[in-house]
Design a protein around this ligand. Structure first.
Ligand code: UD1
Ligand code: UDP
Length: 354
């Protein structure tokens, strides 16, 4: 089976690593296209190295731009690649502009388009929600990580080609968590000890590009009684700077560059709690039994809210402050994300579909 995998942004490298490994183990010919949506080494190269992802066969080098310009450049770059490779299957991940570009190009050629992480919905108008909905409706095979995702697809009339696969990020985490613990020296480097710091990540457009939301997040994090380790996305650094918040954030928080995946897993595993607006981090916190405070009003990962392991606080300063200090009563969790073999089950379905 000839597979073309389209990736471009940090969380997609993580997800693709699991399926790539399973495709390779089953002897399939996979080629990767990197759109170039993320290009800084700490958002891209480090994941290829640490997760042993095959080097991309094609690099589109699209870079940063407005949604329309970026997606258009990806479509323009992908079309000739698909024509050259003539893949049997095109695999897309998640909900970024790279996903949407792959869906648009793939749905117009004679290839099976597979969407991994199908059926997630936040029921908002955020750009990722647009990307997921359009991709699900353009794809032929929909790999839904959870029962809830299957239900969401059915509510939109999507029942054919839907498979509940489990979550590929769970596969990856299970594989690396022990390696991360033995290998990573990030806690020593940042001079924090297990259980005695808060981890924070913020990059969602709605939070970074709204100065009052961004300020409220910085204000609240600055009051934490525990040190706050904050590996900041370049978008966030840029917006902190534009809003005169960067110096203060550097002074009052442990602001760092984004860290590699193995360091991040270690930081997340040993944190007292994590404060985030990331989709993937909410899930990984749940897998690692780290309480999560989510800086959004809604989440597409609703299962993480069960049993108190994740809570939605939005960006109201007091609500974040309360969540930072509150003792949480944490109950045993269900396992809604599969058994850690999602990638293998995806490959089996792809094989049957051709
Ligand atoms: C994108 C995805 C988002 C995902 C996130 C993962 C879309 C619409 N958004 O958001 O769903 O959660 O990736 O991290 O696809 N930049 C750099 N270096 C880089 C990449 C970006 O400095 O290597 C800066 C640029 O100023 C750029 C900004 O970050 O304008 C935003 O990058 P972009 O890829 O457009 O969106 P993300 O916020 O990363
Ligand atoms: N991550 C990382 N280093 C960091 C921050 C995040 O390796 O400094 C990883 C994290 O473990 C998860 C993925 O990046 O696997 C999540 O990416 P992000 O939050 O950018 O995107 P989202 O999941 O919100 O789309």
């Amino acid at each position: 089976m000839k597979v073309l995998t389209v990736v471009g942004a940090r969380p997609q490298f993580v997800k693709a690593s699991a399926v790539s490994r399973a495709l390779n183990a089953a002897g399939h010919n996979e080629q990767l296209v990197h759109t170039g949506q993320h290009y800084d080494a700490e958002l891209s190269d480090v994941f290829f190295k640490e997760l042993e992802i095959p080097d991309p066969a094609f690099e589109l080098g699209v870079g940063s731009a407005s949604h329309g310009a970026q997606t258009a450049a990806m479509i323009d770059g992908l079309e000739p690649v698909v024509a050259e490779v003539e893949p049997d299957v095109i695999v897309l991940y998640g909900d970024t502009n790279s996903t949407l570009a792959g869906a648009i190009v793939g749905s117009k050629v004679d290839a099976t388009v597979a969407h991994v992480e199908a059926g997630l919905r936040s029921f908002t108008d955020m750009p990722e929600e647009v990307n997921r909905r359009l991709t699900d409706h353009a794809a032929d095979l929909l790999f839904a990580p959870t029962a809830g995702a299957v239900t969401n697809l059915a509510a939109e009339g999507l029942e054919e080609g839907v498979y509940r696969s489990g979550d590929v990020m769970y596969d990856v985490l299970l594989r690396v968590v022990d390696r991360s613990t033995g290998w990573s020296k990030i806690l020593e480097r940042l001079e924090v000890t297990p259980g005695n710091y808060v981890l924070a990540t913020v990059h969602r457009e709605r939070n970074t590009d709204d100065p009052s939301r961004l300020r409220s997040i910085v204000d609240a994090l600055s009051t934490s009684s525990l040190p706050v380790v904050f590996p900041a996305h370049p978008r966030t650094i840029d917006r902190l700077e534009r809003n005169d918040l960067l110096e203060r954030a550097r002074r009052e928080l442990h602001l760092t560059e984004p860290v590699g995946y193995l360091d991040f897993v270690q930081l997340l595993d040993a944190a007292d709690r994590v404060v985030t607006d990331s989709g993937g981090v909410q899930k990984e916190a749940f897998f690692l039994d780290t309480p999560c405070v989510t800086l959004r009003e809604e989440t597409e990962w609703a299962e993480t809210l069960e049993c108190g392991w994740n809570e939605l606080v939005g960006t109201d300063r007091r609500a974040i402050e309360r969540a930072l200090e509150r003792e949480r009563s944490l109950e045993d969790k269900p396992s809604p994300y599969g058994d850690g073999r999602a990638a293998e089950s995806i490959v089996e379905v792809l094989e049957r579909a051709r």
